[in-house]
Ligand binder design. Structure first.
Ligand SMILES: C[S@@+](CC[C@H](N)C(=O)[O-])C[C@H]1O[C@@H](n2cnc3c(N)ncnc32)[C@H](O)[C@@H]1O
Length: 251
């Protein structure tokens, strides 16, 4: 028998931007207790390796500050602070329950003196210009309808020569991998999510949002249109995820 109280969200293609933002807030508020576990489990722990690889590409030259946009439970910022001991990190997310969980995790790891969390919107960052060496967003930009605005904001707050990094899941190409991936996202993942979470629709939204994310080529062009230069994209794990890096001009 189905769960009568299960939430249902509209499809990404059919929702207005305002509806999508409301859905995203609702979804991330409700999945926190199992969020880290499911991220690791559903990606076969690849998410940890992907964030680690992004962190290894960061360059801290002037401010020694990293901004983790749409930080969720803080894993990208925690990885950066652990790897680069002199840096300080600001994690930003518009869901307070997420940053509360991130702050608890940071405290447990003894990193509270170097990582702070703020609640705010990725499309209107509450920071002055030229304030960080690197601004990164891991698995967040897919959830932001106005991606161009988010990219421009990340670029604004980093120093000239600084990096904007985007880690995001993309629908892979190639008939076989694509077929397997669609099968996993549409058939396996919702069942697993139903077994493990009180809001399985959140993981159906996840599959839908991945399907509706632009190709790596289109996303690279978007980063260039935002004004970033030397934009590079790197396929990870058969192209399931891409790491995009662009540089703010004007050094
Ligand atoms: C899939 S989670 C990713 C969390 C984390 N970066 C990670 O690597 O696990 C996406 C996060 O983006 C946040 N988010 C989505 N849109 C946002 C926006 N416009 N401003 C701030 N946070 C946003 C959500 O609240 C959620 O915590």
């Amino acid at each position: 028998m189905g769960n009568q109280s299960e939430t249902h969200y509209p499809l990404v293609k059919e929702a207005t931007d305002a509806e999508r933002i409301g859905m995203v807030k609702d979804i991330f508020k409700t999945i926190i207790p199992r969020y880290d576990f499911l991220n690791h489990f559903l990606s076969f722990r690849r998410d940890i390796a992907w964030r680690r690889l992004a962190v290894r590409r960061m360059r801290f030259l002037r401010t020694n500050r990293f901004l983790d946009v749409a930080c969720g439970t803080g894993d990208l910022g925690i990885e950066a602070a652990t790897h680069y001991s002199p840096i300080s990190v600001v994690g930003l997310d518009f869901v307070k329950e997420m940053t509360d969980a991130a702050a608890r995790k940071t405290q447990a790891k003894g990193l509270s003196s170097r990582i702070v969390f703020v609640n705010g919107d990725a499309t209107a960052l509450p920071f002055p210009d030229n304030n960080f060496d690197v601004a990164g967003i891991a698995f967040g930009i897919r959830n932001i309808p106005d991606r161009m605005r988010a990219l421009r904001e990340m670029m604004r707050v980093i120093v000239p020569g600084g990096q904007v990094m985007v880690l995001e899941i993309t629908p892979p190409r190639g008939a076989i991998v694509k077929g397997l991936y669609h099968f996993y996202l549409n058939r396996i993942l919702p069942r697993l999510a139903r077994a493990f979470t009180s809001n399985p629709s959140a993981y159906i939204y996840l599959a839908d949002s991945v399907m509706n994310f632009p190709s790596p080529e289109k996303f690279k062009t978007l980063m260039e249109e935002a004004g970033l230069t030397a934009v590079k994209k790197r396929a990870l794990t058969l192209g399931v995820t891409y790491l995009h890096i662009g540089i703010k001009p004007g050094l």
